[in-house]
Design a binder for this molecule. Structure first.
Ligand code: SF4
Length: 465
């Protein structure tokens, strides 16, 4: 998972606003970040491994300025943390760097498209989807002489999968969404100042009003002629069997910050409805509802409000835990759950606890949490999950483990309960999730039901977005 942002504001230096926008989306990627800026004469790039506040602690260079920019935060995936795979990517021409692009999503026919481009003499610095997309557009535009919009349409015809893109040229910005609008991409602003971002909180921090999300396949241009929208002219011909939107439901389950609006709804509201659904379908009457913070807070709140049970923050989360932790105490270092959460015994003592989490992937964390809550004095631990059983891997930009590592693929519900040592486990149904969404039929739920909106033609063997 990653986050993209872009700002077009003639006459202004957008660096500080770009940094603020990316900082709001830090939860979407902590591996690397970068910003490309154009001052109208050349595109400059700064990208590094690390957090936004560290990489952009100060202006990278005196001339690192521009009125149009795009930026990216990248999700950590093991073995992929190279600067070459960090985004944005830029295109060098004999006249200097003239274009930059960043993308959120995964390409399902990456190897095929890359081989075709390499046959034409295109070379690659890394193995990242965003670079593939940029090289495809740049080849058709600079070598093939296509107008930029036509080059983007050509890319959309040949590159399959999920992509929410921000692209800048010397004096313009483009936002592009894949044919099924799998990943979120919103834009806002007016007149001379426009912001594009994966999450609307990046618009909020930059004080622009939300205009809306890009439609599936849409291209939006921000330039000297203002904002111009270009709907895709022929979606049905390219989309195949799944001829409609296929928004990633995991954005609402886990990824999006609750204050963000994704696919027309605020994630906070959706998560509360997930909690209410769980409460309505529960046969257990608990004493207290406790979230596994932070992504399940709103689900637990929705459950508590619908059931009339008290809501308590029984697990204190350490927000400063990083990817690596140096500790002299080896047993403690091995138990990331203890480093991350500490239970409040007074909340749990002798209680029937409704413990709410957003999802279960391998089950390792859930098992440790259940044991932690029981050791803190709970009489019973009933695990409630704000999503269906995760049975399948994602190929569209979410770094789920291989299918055979997923507990929901290896075990039935009774075995899961037994393995997690919970007194009971309740998941949502796929239909239940759809009921809780305003346009439930427009969502991809392949990790739950195996119905992939874009055919999977290649195994995923390289770092994601
Ligand atoms: S497979 Fe799951 S995580 Fe991937 S896009 Fe679909 S709903 Fe989202």
């Amino acid at each position: 998972m990653c986050g993209v942002a872009g700002i077009y504001a003639p006459g202004q230096d957008v660096l500080a606003d770009m940094i603020n926008g990316l900082f709001q989306m830090q939860h979407r990627g902590q591996d690397a970040c970068g910003i490309a800026l154009s001052d109208g004469e050349r595109v400059r790039l700064h990208k590094r491994l690390g957090y936004v506040r560290k990489v952009f602690a100060k202006r990278p260079a005196d001339d690192f300025k521009g009125f149009v920019g795009c930026g990216h935060v990248r999700y950590p995936t093991q073995g992929s943390n190279s600067r070459a795979n960090a985004q944005p990517h830029i295109v060098e021409t004999v006249a200097g760097p003239r274009m930059a692009l960043c993308s959120n999503g995964d390409i399902t026919n990456y190897h095929k498209v890359r081989a075709e481009l390499e046959q034409r003499g295109v070379s690659f610095a890394g193995s990242n989807d965003g670079e593939l997309i940029l090289r495809h557009i740049a080849w058709n535009h600079f070598q093939g002489g296509m107008p930029l919009l036509d080059a983007i349409r050509s890319m959309q015809a040949e590159v399959h999968g999920a992509y929410s893109i921000c692209l800048i040229t010397l004096d313009r910005m483009f936002a592009v969404r894949d044919l099924h609008a799998i990943r979120p991409l919103s834009f806002g602003g007016s007149h001379g100042r426009w912001v594009v971002a994966s999450e609307t909180n990046a618009l909020d921090i930059n004080r622009v009003d939300l205009v809306g999300e890009l439609e599936p396949g849409e291209v939006v241009e921000f330039g000297p002629q203002g904002m111009r929208r270009f709907p895709h002219p022929d979606l049905s011909a390219l989309r195949g069997d799944w001829d409609g939107p296929a928004h990633c439901v995991f954005e609402h389950v886990y990824f999006s910050r609750p204050d963000s609006i994704a696919f027309g709804e605020r994630s906070y509201d959706v998560r509360k409805r997930f909690g209410a659904w769980l409460a309505a379908h529960d046969t257990v009457r608990g004493d207290v509802v406790v979230p596994v913070p932070d992504s399940s807070n709103a689900v637990a709140l929705g459950y508590a409000q619908a059931s009339g049970l008290p809501f308590e923050f029984g697990l204190m989360r350490n927000h400063y835990i990083g990817r690596t932790f140096i500790s002299a105490d080896q047993p403690l270092r091995d138990d990331g759950v203890k480093l991350k959460f500490n239970p409040l015994r007074s909340v749990f003592k002798d209680k029937k606890v409704i413990l709410v989490d957003d999802s279960i992937v391998r089950g390792t964390t859930s098992r440790k949490l259940v044991r932690m809550v029981r050791a803190a004095g709970a009489a019973e631990v009933h695990l409630r999950i704000g999503s269906p059983i995760t049975r399948n891997s994602c190929f569209y930009g979410v770094d789920t483990p291989s299918t055979d590592e997923l507990i929901g693929n290896r075990m039935g519900l009774d075995e899961i309960r037994e393995h997690l040592t919970a007194d009971s486990v309740l998941y949502m149904s796929v239909e239940g999730v759809r009921e809780c969404l305003a346009n439930g039929q427009n969502f991809c739920m392949a990790c739950f039901d195996g119905r992939y909106p874009v055919p999977i033609t290649e195994a995923k063997q390289r770092p994601g977005c």
